[in-house]
Design a protein around this ligand. Structure first.
Ligand code: C2E
Ligand code: MG
Ligand code: MG
Length: 286
C-alpha cells in the first residue's frame, strides 16, 4: 500500500535527520553556556599598506576557546549562531573584547592614531535597530575614537536584510565608524548598492586573489574593481594574499591595502601586541 510504503521510506530517512537535529540542539545549548562563560575571543589579523607592507590595522576574527575541543573556528559555529539569533550576543562579546584590547594598546603606548580594528558584523545583527547605539555606548565606555573601529558586513548580508540595513548602515556611519564591504565579488555583486550605501572600504574576496597570477581574466576583474573604487573614493583591501607574486601584482595595480597569510595569520591578542611592538618603530622611522 502506498501509505505504508511512504511511511517505510520516511522511517528510513528519519534517523539521520534526527541525528542532525540533535547535533544542532546540542550545539545551541553549548553556545548558550559558552556565551555565559565568555568563551569567545577575537584573534587579530594584520592589514598592511601596499606596497610598503606597513601596518594599517587588524581584522578581528572570532575563535571559540572550548574547554574540551580547544580553538573552534567560526565556520563551525557562526551558521548555528545566526540561525538561533545567538550571534547577537557573540557579536557583542567580540566587539567589546576588541574595544577593550584597543584601549589597552593605547594605554601601553602601542597605538598609532589612524590604526584600526575591523569587526565583522552579521546580517542578523543588522536586524537589531539599536545596534548603532550599542556600538557607540561601548565606544564611550572604552573612551575610543570611532575611527579606531571599522564595521565589516558582507554584500549578501546587506541585501538579505535590505530594509533594515539601508537604515542602519548610515546610522552606524553617523557615529563615525567606517564601513567595509566584505567578500566583495562573491555575493549578488549588485554594483548599484555600492553607490547607494555609504561604504568606505571594499574588501576583494580572496577567490579573486588566489589565482590572479595564473588567470589573466582575474587580473582584469581586479583592475576594474580598483578603478571603480577609485572613482567612488573607496579604499580597497585585497584579502587572502599568500604569495610574493600576488603581493607584487596588487602593489603594481595600486591596490592600497592587503591582508593574508603572506603577512601574518590571525593571532591571539598577545602575539598581536608583539606585532605592534615591532610595527611601531618601523613606521616612525619611515
Ligand atoms: P572573513 O571576514 O572574510 O575573514 C577572512 C577569513 O579568511 C578568515 O577566516 C581568515 O583567517 C582567512 N584568511 C586570511 N588570510 C588568508 C589567506 O591568506 N589564505 C586563506 N586561505 N585564508 C585566509 P576565519 O577566521 O576562519 O573566518 C571565516 C569567516 O567567519 C569570516 O570571513 C567571517 O565571515 C566569519 N567571522 C569571523 N569572525 C566573525 C565575527 O566575529 N562575527 C561574525 N559575524 N562573523 C565572523
Ligand atoms: Mg571580514
Ligand atoms: Mg572576507
Amino acid at each position: 500500500h502506498a501509505k505504508q510504503r511512504g511511511r517505510a521510506r520516511f522511517e528510513l530517512f528519519e534517523p539521520p535527520m534526527r541525528k542532525l537535529a540533535d547535533q544542532r540542539f546540542r550545539l545551541e545549548s553549548e553556545l548558550r553556556v559558552a556565551i555565559e562563560r565568555g568563551e569567545f575571543e577575537p584573534f587579530f589579523q594584520p592589514i598592511v599598506a601596499l606596497p610598503t607592507t606597513h601596518h594599517a590595522g587588524f581584522e578581528a576574527l572570532v575563535r571559540w576557546r572550548h574547554p574540551q575541543r580547544g580553538l573552534v573556528s567560526p565556520a563551525e559555529f557562526i551558521p548555528a549562531a545566526e540561525d538561533t539569533g545567538l550571534i547577537e550576543w557573540i557579536g557583542m562579546q567580540v566587539m567589546q573584547s576588541t574595544m577593550r584590547q584597543v584601549a589597552a594598546w593605547r594605554a601601553e603606548g602601542l597605538w598609532r592614531e589612524g590604526w584600526y580594528v575591523s569587526v565583522n558584523v552579521s546580517g542578523v545583527q543588522l536586524r537589531d535597530v539599536r545596534i548603532a547605539d550599542k556600538f557607540a555606548a561601548l565606544l564611550r565606555q572604552y573612551e575610543l575614537t570611532p575611527t579606531d573601529i571599522r564595521v565589516e558586513v558582507t554584500e549578501s548580508s546587506v541585501i538579505e536584510n535590505k530594509d533594515v540595513a539601508f537604515g542602519l548602515l548610515p546610522e552606524i556611519k553617523a557615529h563615525g565608524f567606517l564601513l567595509c564591504m566584505d567578500d566583495f565579488g562573491t555575493g549578488y555583486s549588485s554594483l548599484s548598492y555600492l553607490s547607494e550605501l555609504p561604504f568606505d572600504v571594499l574588501k576583494i574576496d580572496r577567490s579573486f586573489i588566489h589565482e590572479i597570477s595564473r588567470r589573466s581574466e582575474l587580473l582584469v576583474l581586479v583592475r576594474t574593481v580598483l578603478g571603480l573604487s577609485r572613482e567612488l573614493g573607496m579604499m580597497v583591501v585585497a584579502e587572502g594574499i599568500e604569495t610574493e607574486d600576488q603581493q607584487t601584482i596588487l602593489g603594481d595595480l595600486d591596490c592600497g591595502y592587503g591582508q593574508g597569510y603572506r603577512f601574518a595569520k590571525p593571532m591571539p591578542a598577545q602575539d598581536a601586541t608583539r606585532w605592534l611592538q615591532e610595527a611601531l618603530p618601523r613606521q616612525i622611522a619611515a
